[in-house]
Design a protein around this ligand. Structure first.
Ligand SMILES: Cc1cc2nc3c(=O)[nH]c(=O)nc-3n(C[C@H](O)[C@H](O)[C@H](O)COP(=O)(O)OP(=O)(O)OC[C@H]3O[C@@H](n4cnc5c(N)ncnc54)[C@H](O)[C@@H]3O)c2cc1C
Ligand code: SF4
Length: 628
């Protein structure tokens, strides 16, 4: 299990050291950690490499701009290599990062106990700024995001979904071109695929038309389809079932197809959100590598660098960040300057940077900053003990297939909902089984080492021969989205972001409606509706009705003037110093292109909408992206 590179000899699962001293090879320029770069100037600075940041970087790069791309996290890749590779046995991105002395970290091991340890070890937090999963525990809601080159694409479930027109209208989001956003996904990432069957279907066969061969569907995909058909007439609404368009390579029996060219494709390993070992997911680190990093461009990437503040100086901006490369945990402060700055640090990152910049006197902003946070109506729950109508066990195998494979969309009294199946990676099977059998045992999770190695492990493993897949083979996991009223408010508590609501968000009617829908679907599956422990509450751990939000939105939302928004419809940041004279005045060249601008719940997975909005903003600020 060990591997060395030219700089250091480290265990493979550790990391490749990123001192980056003087490492300037062909292609991209890298800043050195100890170099003084204060006041270095660029034509544009992009902060964050998620969906919005990648779109901004691609557009700026296409115009040959001198750009600094600042990313808090590092590279995350698969440790596995191809048996019969198309070219080199080492994935090019891994080699490139190592050649440039950039840190490379690996997805958790497939081994369940050690994989769980990897996952916990790799969490992002103040004590581990090189981590990946950023699980923020605000009082009423826990928010999960990613930190790394590629942003949320590293841990997301690959779903491309359009919000309904009525929802976009209700929240006042205009000019969203989903066709173009889908063209972006395919032109710059890879073909969108439906992965809803156990094996890839031959060309021309649609998963909706399998008929008697629908045993080929993944069991949980079929279970959701069949349950929706039972519940729709009970609720008196349409509940159409559809395979989802995923940013995942599916195996296709055609010469020259994506899977043929790359030798990578979805192997139904059921762990998209903790890293795809066969490299089938279209993560944005691959996009950045293919279109920017591997070419001789004037874009400079500085990973492991956290932006703290932005200050307006005349018609340009000074961005100050902490460069943590080379295990410089506390970071070296660096200040750089550009006339154009694109904030793309996600809901939490961008809101925090702007709150801090405002408080430091660097930027005058709208009084709406921090308001309008939406949970997107995110809700998770289980149907436990799924059964057929004759009472026999109905297996749904949540450990197999991509995390989300299909959806059911419905409208009740004008409000929209999306219900998706959700996979449970094998490494969580014991935790889930244990929690279902005795919730109190979950308290041992306070010490993960005790949980993984101690009595909890045996407690969950009732049959010594039971596989992880069997432990939870009759547990269906629902992933639901609805419409809340975007009433959360971010503030800075000292140096830390805080999130609160005037009224408890768990009491919002959308969640009661979702629970009603899920009770019906659980019953139709012959299972028992079972909320997550966070919703039920666990003494000393979670308050009842604590939400887990994976699709955070808002905080810097779009509004027609600065009286009701932080940015205009093109992501231009309103200039608070002109509040009384010109409520539409903007800071020239300062843009937000991430999920923080979305002005309300989408009742759908948000990246297609975030990308469409970013394309709209970037087209105005820079130029349209080529080939769309
Ligand atoms: C488990 C999970 C599954 C999901 N599945 C889906 C799905 O299937 N489909 C879907 O549409 N959505 C999904 N999402 C949501 C999706 O990931 C986010 O909506 C999306 O990534 C947001 O994009 P963004 O451009 O706003 O920011 P992000 O993608 O979050 O990117 C922000 C980037 O900025 C960096 N950053 C933050 N602060 C700083 C700073 N101070 N300085 C420098 N860099 C900084 C971060 O490290 C990150 O790389 C999922 C989310 C999770 C957690
Ligand atoms: S199911 Fe497994 S193989 Fe398929 S995309 Fe997800 S992680 Fe990759």
């Amino acid at each position: 299990m060990s591997e060395s590179n030219s700089n250091s000899s480290l265990t493979r699962r550790n990391l490749i050291k990123g001192a980056a001293i003087g490492a300037v090879a062909s292609g991209i320029t890298t800043l050195t950690s100890n170099e003084s770069v204060a006041q270095q100037s660029y034509e544009a600075i992009v902060i964050g490499t998620g969906f919005g940041g990648s779109i901004a970087a691609l557009a700026l790069n296409a115009q040959n701009k001198k750009v600094l791309l600042i990313e808090r996290g590092t590279f995350w890749v698969t440790p596995e290599t191809l048996g019969k590779p198309p070219a080199s046995a080492v994935p090019p991105l891994t080699k490139w990062a190592a050649d440039h002395n950039m840190r490379v970290q690996y997805w958790p091991r497939p081994d369940h106990a050690l994989g769980l340890m990897d996952l916990l070890d790799n969490r992002y937090h103040r004590g581990n700024p090189y981590g990946l999963h950023n699980y923020r525990t605000f009082r009423q809601a826990h928010v999960l995001t990613a930190s790394g080159v590629g942003g949320g694409s590293l841990i997301y479930s690959n779903v491309n979904l359009r919000a309904k027109d009525a929802v976009l209208q209700r929240i006042g989001l205009t000019g969203i071109d989903y066709n173009r956003a889908e063209r972006f996904m395919e032109a710059y990432r890879g073909k969108l695929s439906a992965v809803v069957t156990k094996i890839p279907l031959p060309p021309g066969v649609a998963p909706e038309q399998l008929g008697e061969k629908d045993y080929l569907l993944l069991d949980r995909s079929r279970a959701l389809r069949d349950a929706a058909a039972i519940v729709a007439p009970q609720l008196g609404v349409a509940m159409p079932w559809s395979p989802i368009k995923l940013s995942v390579t599916e195996y296709v029996h055609v010469v020259g197809s994506e899977s043929d060219a790359t030798h990578t494709f979805c192997e139904r390993q059921g762990r998209c959100m903790i890293g795809c070992l066969p490299q089938a997911r279209h993560t944005l680190n691959k996009t950045l590598y293919k279109f920017i990093l591997s070419k001789n461009t004037s874009v400079t990437l500085t990973p492991e660098s956290e932006v703290r503040t932005i200050k307006r100086v005349g018609d340009a901006y000074e961005v100050t960040y902490l460069d943590r490369r080379g295990d410089n945990f506390f970071g070296q402060p660096v200040t750089v300057r550009a006339p154009q700055v694109f904030l793309a640090s996600g809901v939490l990152g961008t809101t925090e940077i702007l709150l801090r910049s405002r408080d430091a006197g660097g930027l005058q902003l709208s009084g709406e900053l921090g308001r309008g946070f939406s949970t997107n109506g995110d809700f998770g729950a289980l149907a436990v003990g799924t059964k057929r109508t004759d009472g026999s066990k109905m297996t749904v195998y949540p450990t197999r297939g991509p995390i989300n494979t299909c959806d059911v969309r419905l409208e009740i009294n004008g409000k929209h909902f999306t219900v998706e199946d959700c996979g449970i990676p094998s490494m969580f099977a014991r935790v889930v089984r244990t929690g279902l059998d005795d919730r109190k045992m979950l308290l041992t999770l306070a010490n993960p080492a005790v949980f993984a190695n101690g009595p909890a492990l045996q407690f969950g493993k009732r049959d010594p021969h039971q596989t992880e897949a069997e432990m939870i083979d009759d547990v269906f996991f629902f992933n639901v989205m609805g419409e809340d009223d975007a009433s959360g408010k971010f503030t800075l508590n000292g140096n830390e972001l805080d999130l609160n609501w005037d009224q408890p968000i768990g009491n919002h009617p959308v969640f009661a409606q979702i629970e009603d829908i899920l009770r019906g679907l659980s019953q139709a599956m012959g299972g028992t509706y079972t909320p997550l422990p966070t919703w039920d509450g666990l003494p000393f751990v979670f308050d009842p009705k604590t939400l887990i939000v994976t699709h955070p939105l808002g905080g810097c939302r779009i509004g027609p003037t600065m009286a009701n928004g932080v940015v205009n419809e093109f992501g231009e940041v309103y200039d608070g110093s002109k509040k009384s004279t010109d409520p539409k005045a903007v800071h020239p060249g300062l843009y937000i292109v991430d999920g923080s601008v979305i002005p309300g719940a989408l009742a759908a997975n948000p990246t297609l909408t975030i990308s469409a909005q970013a394309l709209k903003a970037v087209e105005r600020a820079v130029a349209p992206l080529p080939n769309l």
